[in-house]
Design a protein around this ligand. Structure first.
Ligand SMILES: Nc1ncnc2c1ncn2[C@@H]1O[C@H](COP(=O)(O)OP(=O)(O)OP(=O)(O)O)[C@@H](O)[C@H]1O
Ligand SMILES: [Mg+2]
Length: 268
């Protein structure tokens, strides 16, 4: 897949909730493209529409109006949404919601293989689960026989990443994947995501409140405000010469830890 071809193309994309006077546009007239192998961050304050937009890219939420293409075809072109999910996978804010509390972690990691029409042998599945756990720095015996409620939020987020490692999607939608971990594990998870991107040549849509984090990981940043994309550009353009007051506010709100990243400009 050449890196200059388009992964997503959205034209005047909107998603409304509610009726009559209660009708609200969670995503309002968004027009953008995301190229193959690009990392794009969606940045904005709570409630600005990041998750709703991410869910439309995942085909979990239907646009109310506008057009959304995935690799040149309408996103719902295939009748079976699983066809989309084989290519596009997600890591969500709340890892507990993504796992069933009543099944062991290991059995659920193995269940990831159900998405594929052809499942590997039992032995190969077990091996690939072990590899995925090691890849996120979890020793397989440490989760043996354990259930989601027995792990911490940070460990569960690692389980979501392990699941991604098993599925090896071409596109990853990561919605605040580090919201439940401390600063140190956060750096680890981000590093791991970047490693995964290199290894799997993935396209990543990264959702965050934190423009400093976005600066660090992205090729381009979209700034959202009240459902609209108010600014989009390279991390340098968006942080050095922001055109929207919303962007300036977000820059003022960066945790001081991440401010250093922008000052030091560590990007290649
Ligand atoms: N299923 C729904 N029904 C009604 N309103 C919804 C629904 N999902 C989202 N919304 C509304 O759409 C708007 C955008 O929500 P969204 O979850 O995308 O915000 P967000 O940017 O992801 O916020 P956060 O940073 O807190 O996760 C909010 O006003 C929210 O209340
Ligand atoms: Mg959200």
């Amino acid at each position: 897949m050449p890196s200059d071809s388009l992964c997503f193309e959205a034209n005047h994309l909107s998603r409304a909730f509610g009726h009559g006077r209660r009708r609200r546009l969670a995503v309002n007239d968004a027009t953008f493209t995301i190229r193959e192998r690009e990392i794009v961050s969606l940045v904005g304050q709570s409630g600005c529409g990041k998750t709703v937009l991410a869910k439309m890219l995942l085909r979990l939420e239907k646009p109310t109006s506008g057009q959304l293409l995935f690799r040149g075809r309408p996103i719902d072109a295939a009748a079976d949404p699983r066809e989309h999910w084989r290519q596009v996978q997600a890591v969500f804010q709340d890892p507990y919601a993504a796992f069933n509390q009543f099944f062991s972690i290991r059995s659920q990691l193995k269940a990831a293989f159900h998405l594929f029409p052809q499942r590997p042998s039992e032995r190969e599945m077990e091996e690939r689960v072990d590899q995925a756990l090691l890849a996120v720095n979890i020793r397989p015996p440490d989760i043996e026989g354990k259930y989601p409620f027995e792990l911490s939020g940070g460990q569960m987020q690692r389980m979501l990443l392990a699941r991604i490692f098993i599925l090896r999607p071409q596109v990853l939608i990561a919605d605040e994947p580090t919201s439940m971990v401390d600063a140190c594990s956060r750096a680890g998870i981000l590093e791991y995501l970047m490693k995964l991107k290199e290894e799997l040549q993935m396209t990543i849509v990264f959702v965050t409140h934190d423009i400093g984090l976005a600066y660090y990981v992205s090729d381009r940043i979209f700034i959202l405000h009240e459902g609209q994309i108010v600014e989009q550009g390279t991390p340098d353009a968006v942080t050095q010469s922001p055109t929207s007051p919303v962007t300036r506010q977000l820059l003022d709100d960066i945790p001081s830890l991440h401010r250093e990243w922008i000052g030091r400009a560590p990007r290649a």
